[in-house]
Design a protein around this ligand. Sequence first.
Ligand SMILES: Cc1cc2nc3c(=O)[nH]c(=O)nc-3n(C[C@H](O)[C@H](O)[C@H](O)COP(=O)(O)OP(=O)(O)OC[C@H]3O[C@@H](n4cnc5c(N)ncnc54)[C@H](O)[C@@H]3O)c2cc1C
Length: 451
Amino acid sequence: MVLLESGGYHPASTHDRFELRAARLLWNPPRFGMTAPDGSRPVVMVSGRGVGGSTLINTKIGMRAVAQDHAKWHAASGLVNERGEPFSAADLDPWYEQVEQRMGVRPRTDWTHSVRTVERGFRAVGASLEPVTSYTNADCESIGSCTAGCPTNAGGSALNRYIHPAMLTGRLDVRPGTLVGRVRVTGEGTDRRVAGVDYVDGDGAHELDADVVVLAAGSLVTPQLLQRSGLAALDTPSARLIGRNLGTHTARMVHGVFDDVMDTHVVYPLTAHCRDFARDEDGGFIVEATTILDPVGLASNLVDEHGRPLWGERLASVMRRFRHMTALMMMTNDSNTGVVEETGDLTGRISVPIPEEDQARLDRAHEFCERVLREAGAREVVSTGYITSHVQGSCRMGSDPRRSVCDANQRMWDVDGLYLGDASVIPRTLTYNPSLTIMALAERLAAHLAR
Ligand SMILES: Cc1cc2nc3c(=O)[nH]c(=O)nc-3n(C[C@H](O)[C@H](O)[C@H](O)COP(=O)(O)OP(=O)(O)OC[C@H]3O[C@@H](n4cnc5c(N)ncnc54)[C@H](O)[C@@H]3O)c2cc1C
C-alpha cells in the first residue's frame, strides 16, 4: 500500500512553537471562498499539509454527528444503510467507538482562567457551557501548541495514531513530497475502472499503477483532481455534482479584551462549548471557549465592523493587549451552497454564496458571543472575518446516483475501484467539528476494502 502526500513528513520531535515556521511547513497557504463576485468578505479557508493532513495542526476536539445531521444526509442524497433504511447514528456508532478508542477521546474538564472568565458571561445570558471531548492524552502539557503541531504526541493525529502503527507493519510505503496530479482511468461506461495515478516529486513525473485508489486530498482538492482527470465531464448525473454542495461550517473568532491577563495562547485551547443553539430550530450554531490565534495570524485576520481588515493605530492598540484577549469560536450550520472549480494549479476557484438564512445565523451567533463577552467583563470586542477550517461536502456520498458523487461505500458511481476517503463525502455540513466523523467513515471504508 502506498500513501502519496504533497506535504512533508513531520513527526512530533520536529515540532516547535514557532508560528511562522509552522505556517510555512504545516499549513497550506490560505484559500479564499468568494461570498460575492466583488470579492468582499471572503471566507478564509485554512488547512494542514503533511503526512497526517490537517490533524497535524488541529485542536483535537472530537465530536460525533447528531440526529439532525443524519436526517439532512438522508434528505440530501438518499443515503441508506445496507438494509435500505435511512442512514442513522446506529450505522456509524461502531466506527466512532473504534476511532475514539484509538485516538483516546476524553472530556476536558481542566478549564482555564479564560474559560472561567467567559463562563460568567454565559451564565449571565442564561446559556450553558460544558466540557468538550478531545483526542488528547492525560499527559497533554497544555502549552497551547496544537496549531503549530503537538511536540509530545499527547495530541492525536492521523499520523501518530494511524499512519505510524501502519508503517511499523512494513506494509505501508509513505511517500511525502509527492503531488498527485491526475487519476488514470480505463474503459468506458460500466467497464470504466481506475488504473492508478500520476504524480510528481523532486525527481520528476511518475505513474503509479493501482487496482484501488482512495482519494483523500480534502474537500477543496479532491474534486479538482476528479475534474482534471476528466471525470466531471462524463455524461452522468453524478459527474455533474463533482465540486458542488461544498459546506463551510463558517466560523468567526470573537475576542474580548479584558483587564485581567488571560494568556489564552499558552494553554490547551477550547476546553468548553455551548450547545444550546446547535439545532437549526434553536439557532443553528455552536460556540467553543476559549481560544486565540498566534500573534501574526491574529493581526492578519481581525476585521472592523464593515468586515475590512483592522489596520493602523486601532490594530496596534488591540495587539498591544494580546495577553488580555480571549476569544469565543462561533461556528454555524450552513446550506452547502459552495462550488469548487479546477483552475489548472489545484488552487481552485471557490465560491461560497451565503444565503439569507445562513447570514442570519452568522449574525445571530456573533451577537450572542459579543453579549457573552461583555457580560463577562470585556472592555472591547473585536472579531476575525469569516474563517473555515471545516470544509466538507463537494463530492457527497449517497444512495441515489442522481444526487451523489459516490455511493454509500464511498465508491465513485462512475468508476470502479475509485474511492473517496475524506471530508468531501459528507453530504451536509455537520453540526459539530468534523474530524471524528471523517475518521469513522475512513474506518468503515477500510473495513469495506478489506472485505
Ligand atoms: C487549525 C485547524 C483546527 C482544527 N480543529 C479541529 C478540531 O478541533 N476538531 C475537529 O474535528 N476538526 C478540526 N479541524 C478540521 C479537521 O482537522 C479537518 O476537517 C480534517 O482533518 C479534514 O480531513 P481531510 O482528510 O478531508 O483533509 P486533510 O486533513 O486536509 O488532508 C488532506 C491532505 O491531502 C494532501 N494533499 C492535497 N492535495 C494533494 C495532492 N494533489 N497530492 C498529494 N497530497 C495532497 C494535503 O497536503 C493534506 O495533507 C481543524 C482544522 C484546522 C486547519
